[in-house]
Write a protein that binds this ligand. Structure first.
Ligand code: UTP
Length: 276
């Protein structure tokens, strides 16, 4: 039912400098696949075949990755190496890729508002591809799309985070409706532990209803002078309803070096299989 998924990929990725000086952080490979491809596969698996990138300067490698490379195809056609391209060929066949550029990096909320022309008036998924989510069975977005059918409101994915880590997350508070599902009534962007309303941190998977655009348009700059999605979601939770969902699965924070290394080891040991 949800057909589109927005990928804000315009950020600078400063925590990975110098690797990200001229290469997008989303193209860093976890073993042999760029981070962003994991997210795109998760979206397509959830039925969201239109993949919309909010990109920026220096990010062309991402849109090139989701296009045919004629030279490469020509070179390896008929050789055993074709097996290495099977995964990405499948993604290209199933997905439609659109993009818009965010000219100024004014925050995640601003990036999402920049994506409005690609989304229009329907509910949509959002993936922050530096959060790599590994699940058994349905992916995180598919789990959330299922919930959306029931609640028809914005949904954020959450996980319990250690108290000292609350300054890295948007933190929610709310009434628990059933195991792992909350109706949000408060949300704070990156609070100090003593100001955090709970230990439930938002991770990079969202389903948003399109009224979020109107809210973002009037949301003033918040923390770090950026337009914060968390602030807009708090408004949305007060005007209507926002749910928070403790997903089934494991998430790696690949925006940080330790999380990236952990993900690499995990994928290599448990998921990666060398093509024959
Ligand atoms: P981050 O806070 O992780 O920032 O953005 P970053 O620039 O990617 O990484 P660091 O902190 O400098 O290492 C969260 C997500 O929002 C996107 C980023 O690309 C990332 O997916 N984003 C952020 C934008 O697209 N535009 C912005 O203006 C800000």
């Amino acid at each position: 039912m949800i057909k589109k998924c927005l990928f804000p990929v315009a950020g600078y990725g400063t925590r990975f400098l110098p690797a990200t000086k001229s290469m997008p952080k989303e193209m860093l490979p976890v073993v042999n696949k760029p981070l962003v491809q994991y997210g795109v596969e998760e979206a397509i698996e959830a039925g969201m075949n239109t993949i919309s990138f909010v990109t920026g300067r220096g990010k062309r490698a991402i849109t090139d990755h989701f296009d045919i490379s004629y030279e490469l195809e020509h070179q390896i056609a008929g050789t055993g190496k074709e097996a290495y391209l099977e995964g990405i060929r499948d993604v290209l066949e199933r997905g439609i890729f659109t993009m818009v550029r965010q000219r100024e990096m004014n925050g995640l909320g601003h990036a999402i508002l920049t994506g409005e022309p690609l989304i229009g008036g329907e509910a949509f998924g959002v993936v922050l591809s530096d959060d790599l989510c590994i699940t058994e069975g349905d992916g995180v977005l598919a789990q959330m799309a299922d919930l959306y059918k029931q609640f028809r409101c914005s949904i954020v994915a959450i996980q319990e985070v250690p108290a000292e880590d609350t300054p890295k997350y948007g933190i929610i508070a709310g009434e628990q409706l059933k195991e792992g599902l909350y109706r949000v009534d408060d949300m704070v962007e990156k609070p100090q532990p003593e100001e955090a309303p709970s230990n439930l941190g938002i991770i990079g998977r969202y389903i948003l209803t399109p009224d979020i655009f109107e809210i973002l348009r009037t949301t003033p700059a918040g923390k770090n002078g950026e337009i914060q999605l968390t602030d807009a979601l708090l408004t949305q939770s007060r005007q209507g309803c926002v749910m928070a969902y403790k997903f089934r699965g494991r998430r790696f924070d690949c925006g940080s070096v330790p999380g990236f290394v952990e993900a690499t080891n995990y994928v290599y040991e448990h998921i990666y299989a060398e093509p024959e």
